[in-house]
Design a protein around this ligand. Structure first.
Ligand code: S3P
Length: 446
């Protein structure tokens, strides 16, 4: 984290938003591009890489395993890979900061190579469960020690004689699935990973682009099985990282709730496993147009035009959760301004994100006069005009900070978030980009 003291910020309603919101590169794809680049033989070139703290920590970890990772210009990176099985022993603990994704994917990437690494992170990451990745990695032959409850610091030793596995992922998690696929790359034979929930598939797509022998079969009754042949040789590719829909979600909802607004968000990733928020907002009556739908680097992208809209409450299907898992904080904000009730269920995974997001959202709503009910696995929001005037505890969670700053742009009274430092983990440009659209943020207490 950049600064040692909390950095509060206050958001106020100050007129319509307009202009172009060029949000940064997708976080999920950026992590994967660096890791697969490090596992390929030769040079991978990346453009549009997200240069946020989470991704920079993954870049640093790849260097610690011996890959050459070079920043050539803004967003333009070059990775000289070591080949599958080529990771060297890092000589210091790997600090992943706030990033569950970076740490879990890298655990997978090293789990079938005989090196030992220590994984650690900030207070938020050290509270998050790692057993969900470490236990299935043990099936490949990896061993580990962890703090109580399978938490960091974790010391992981990769298998010297890895074996391929047949495993069904127990939680709806792309991180777990991806960690196992990365581990399978160096396990002789064919690994099969089953998943009931259709989580984001960037790892599968990128592995295919790098030349891995990978196939995906639907399971009757729902879900799919991914098969990957081990002892893979990955060939480097050029990767263009599309803009992150999970970051786009903040200016998008800001434009919907601030009267008179109209903004454009170009080149956003529109992979169908990431578009649950847009679908939900459409059902709520949002005016979001997609222009120029096209393919870029094997992923669907498009340009969004968003106009202020009168929203109404909806019931969000629980099975949609994996395709918008990071978007519930900002959906709760949209729901607060919608007429009527919005019901969100199937969200037990939100309890183990950067914070307990259900509790953090509920507390933020309470502080700003939004009627709601927190459920063990969900949230019910009663929308209408938002009083605001509250201070929101962000609990080291970037998305809680950004969501409630957006709420402040349309609430009757300003809203303060107690700390904005974590925004740098995923969207360092959030503040200048949003003020560039006409939003007003004041350093709290000034
Ligand atoms: C991610 C998967 C999701 C998401 C995270 C990024 C990924 O986590 O919340 O921000 O890149 O695979 P889970 O897979 O644990 O739900």
């Amino acid at each position: 984290m950049s600064a040692a003291v909390p950095r509060p910020l206050t958001a106020c309603a100050d007129g319509a938003l307009s202009g172009v919101a060029a949000v940064p590169g997708d976080k999920s794809i950026s992590h994967r591009a660096l890791i697969l680049g490090a596992l390929a033989v030769g040079e991978t070139r990346i453009s549009g890489l997200l240069e946020a703290e989470d991704v920079l920590n993954t870049a640093q970890a790849m260097r610690a395993f011996g890959a050459q990772v070079v920043r050539e210009a803004a967003g333009r990176w070059r990775v000289h890979g070591l080949g599958v099985g080529g990771f060297a022993q890092p000589d210091a603990p790997l600090d992943f900061g706030n990033s569950g994704t970076g740490s879990r994917l890298v655990m997978g990437a090293m789990a079938t190579t005989p090196v030992t690494a220590t994984f650690t992170g900030d207070d938020s990451l050290r509270r998050r469960p790692m057993g969900r990745v470490l236990e299935p990695l043990a099936e490949f032959g990896a061993t580990h020690t962890a703090a109580e409850g399978g938490r960091m610091p974790v010391v992981l030793t990769g298998a010297a004689d890895p074996i391929c596995i047949d495993h069904t992922v127990k939680v709806a998690s792309a991180q777990v699935k991806s960690a196992l696929l990365l581990a399978a790359l160096n396990a002789p034979g064919r690994t099969r990973i089953g998943q009931r929930a259709l989580t984001r598939d960037h790892t599968e797509k990128m592995l295919k682009a790098f030349g891995a022998d990978i196939s995906v079969e639907p399971i009757s009754g729902g879900g799919e099985t991914i098969s990957l042949m081990g002892e893979a040789e990955l060939k480097p590719v050029a990767i263009e990282v599309p803009r992150d829909p999970s970051s786009a979600a903040f200016p998008l909802v800001a434009a919907l709730i601030v009267p008179g607004s109209q903004i454009a968000i170009p080149g956003v990733l529109l992979n169908p496993r990431r578009t649950g928020l847009i679908e939900t907002l459409w059902e709520m009556g949002a005016d979001i147009a997609i222009a120029n739908a096209r393919q870029s680097g094997g992923e669907e992208i498009g340009d969004l035009v968003v106009r202020h809209s009168a929203l109404k409450g909806v019931e969000v299907p629980p099975e949609r959760a994996p395709s918008m898992i990071d978007e519930y904080p900002i959906l709760a904000v949209a729901a607060s301004f919608a007429e009527g009730r919005t019901i969100m269920r199937g969200l037990e995974e939100l309890r183990v994100k950067e914070s307990d997001r259900l509790a953090a959202i509920a507390a933020g709503l309470a502080a700003n006069g939004v009627r709601h009910t927190e459920l063990p696995d969900g949230l019910i929001v009663e929308g209408g005009a938002v009083a605001g005037g509250g201070t929101v505890a962000t609990h080291m969670d970037h998305r809680i900070a950004m969501a409630f700053l957006v709420m402040g742009l349309a609430a009757r009274a300003p809203i303060t978030v107690d700390d904005t430092r974590m925004i740098a983990t995923s969207f360092p440009e959030f503040e200048p980009l949003t003020t560039g659209l006409g939003a007003r943020f004041d350093a709290a207490g000034r």
